[in-house]
Design a protein around this ligand. Sequence first.
Ligand SMILES: [Zn+2]
Length: 876
Amino acid sequence: MRDGQPNPVTRLADYQPPAWLIPDTTLDVDLRDGHTLVTARLTLRRNPERADKPEDLVLDGEHLELRSLTLDGRELNPGDDYRLDGPKLVIPGAPDAFTLTSVVRIEPEKNTALEGLYRSNGMYCTQCEAEGFRRITFFPDRPDVLSRFTTTIHADKSAYPLLLSNGNPVDAGEEEGDRHFATWEDPFPKPCYLFALVAGDLACLSDTFTTASGREVALRLYAEHRDLDKLDHAMDSLKRAMAWDEQVFGREYDLDIFQIVAVSHFNMGAMENKGLNIFNTSCVLAHPDTTTDAAFERVESVVAHEYFHNWSGNRVTCRDWFQLSLKEGFTVFRDQEFSSDMNSRAVVRVENVDFLVNHQFPEDQGPMAHPVRPAAYQKIDNFYTLTVYEKGAEIVRMQHQLLGAKDFRRATDLYFERFDGQAVTCDDFVACMEEVSGLDLTQFKRWYSQAGTPVLTVTDDYRDGEYQLTIEQHTPATPGEPDKQPLMIPIKLALLDGQGRPLPLDDQGGTETVAILREPRQVFRFRLPEQPTPSLLRGFSAPVSLRYDFSEEQLVTLLAHDSDGFCRWDAAQRLYFAALARIIDDGESAADQLPRLAPVLERVIARAAEDPAQAALLLGLPAENAVGDRHAPLRPQRVHQAVSGLRAALGEALADHWWRLAEQFDEPRYQSGGDAMGRRRLRRLALAYLAAAAGQGALDATRVGEYLGRDFDQPTCMTNAQGALRDLVHNGLDDQGRLARFAEQWADEPLVMDQWFAIQATVPGPDTVARAEALLDHPAFEWTLPNRVRAVIGTLVNGNPSAFHAPDGSGYALFARALKKLDGINPQIAARLANGGARLKRLEPDLAGKLGDALRGIRPGASANLAEVLDRILGA
Ligand SMILES: [Zn+2]
């Protein structure tokens, strides 16, 4: 804890290889009630790559009580032989090669930070990425020290019948006092952040997978006994992911067993520990009765993501944490490609872009802006960001685009082969791309080192049969980076004729091309028979913000005819943003927008049955945060009035269409699969429009309420029950006490209760602040359960701007109180939630003052994690 003092900063430029390597690590973990003893035997030898041969061996360790330390069997004495220097253990004059054995005592029961080894819900588990292993034993806790781990766990047999760690099981047996042990051996050297241990009483779903080379792998998914029926979807996703990685990337699984454990108290989504993935229950459990379609999709992609890490992250890992995107950007790209192959590619691409543009772009344009490969950090936990993950994936996607699928695969083969068993850098990854393709990617690599969203400004001109596209690039300044360099940007484009058909761009009749922008300003020329409508940035070929003065007619043409799913969606979004700007800035009414918008939506609705999921994407209005980010200063109440008013007006004007869609896609029984999900999604959107209109008195509230009530009372699945409840509660249509009934019915299902909390925390309007206060006193609310905290505080702050930005500042006061309380329990979660204040400098002055005061009030005494985020937001 610090009072207003700056945290120590770690810099990429200071990187040094480790002074000692540890080929073998033997752990003995003795789990007892109230405390745990960890005995670690490390074989150390000097690293020949470290020329300066430092005298002191320095190991990391936090919250450890050192019981004994021996070097080659000789007991070391504090003072003479070693010293504890804050969170470091220093052994001066350590030999070149030796064995160090330490015994430490830790208290997993008291570990609410959920880093290292902790006990929750009757089981022990671990989370070591990024720097949690130092809370288990003294070790060089950095990703470039790779070691072969052998782990023995001892525990009470009846309370913890299941003892798991990484690798393959090699021994097990009984011990005195109704205890038992199990030994696991991981043959693959790995950094300690991939270490995992689980002890508990869990149910298991077993299956097998036969690899391409014919080896049989045992697959085991573990959860609480009552959740055994919720593991089938994860198992199915896992098997498809294993087969896909063999086919698309040539990557085969390497151990005899692959295990996933579901844990309720977990800071992250999931963790790719070698052979023993640990998952937040929300990312692995799925059943139609309790899980929405969106959560089903999330399970599929997260299971795949963590599995894919076995190669992109585990076999080839990061040299240091600045290279985090080496594993995360690449693996997000891989899981996005997997989801695209399993579902509709066009829909998945739009969903990914929507998420990037509306969440990562604001991060890249605000106080937390940082490069995909940061140059410095205070707490690495704060850099598990959308920039590192999602923008990182876009950078890999651009390389895929530049090389083409075939060369990209050759380059990833080279990467995996050359660096197997090593800890490497983003530069090493790009070097493989260059070597295979012959391309010079020197300028391209600026994408890794330069923060901010590039803005492309496009103008055009047509004369004498020649069409000129002029493209300028400019990246606005970000904190600490006033001057930006031009980037190498692939811009995929097509040019449409008056009927919306693509014009041929070359002699072979090709209608799509990729313009590579390298200069601040470049002109691209095309011989064309007529002035075209440009279809730009097809497939969202680069993570940039594109400015072109589209006419409304051009947008309507693109929306109706473009073959590119992203460009159609983008055209629809531009039409909505323009209508909302006329309401927010020009004082027009929502009704004023109908003559222009309603016919456009009607055309989409007329073709909705062709691809209901895509239609739902095209017909949905942008989120309030996305709208607000396009207006300065940010006036959240005005934005809310505009968006909700337009939704209600469209709900009323197109009511007959919405009713018809609701009826047409009303299915008597639950159906699984992507097509059925698409139909449900479109139907729920139609009902949301009707509910919005009914809530504002523009439609018969009784009729809409009864229809939604029936969806809720006789649900075919949780998607419908929860969607109906949300529409009823958010629009003041729940006159039957359904909210209370829902809580009674699902009291024993934590993930469903999270949704119950979230529905209430996202009711629009300032009154929700008082409601959220009351939810924090609800018996089912737990400050130590990250999912529950996110369900109330996270959704209020990030998903309900008209409540969070309540004019009296009450939302900010609640936010600050919650952060302070959480910081004493779980600093990682506090810091992550604090990012919800990042729009401070964009707010209208009165609100900015109130939010600033609230956050400054909790800065004294903040943890290193929270302090780093607060300082960036407050501009300290
Ligand atoms: Zn990951």
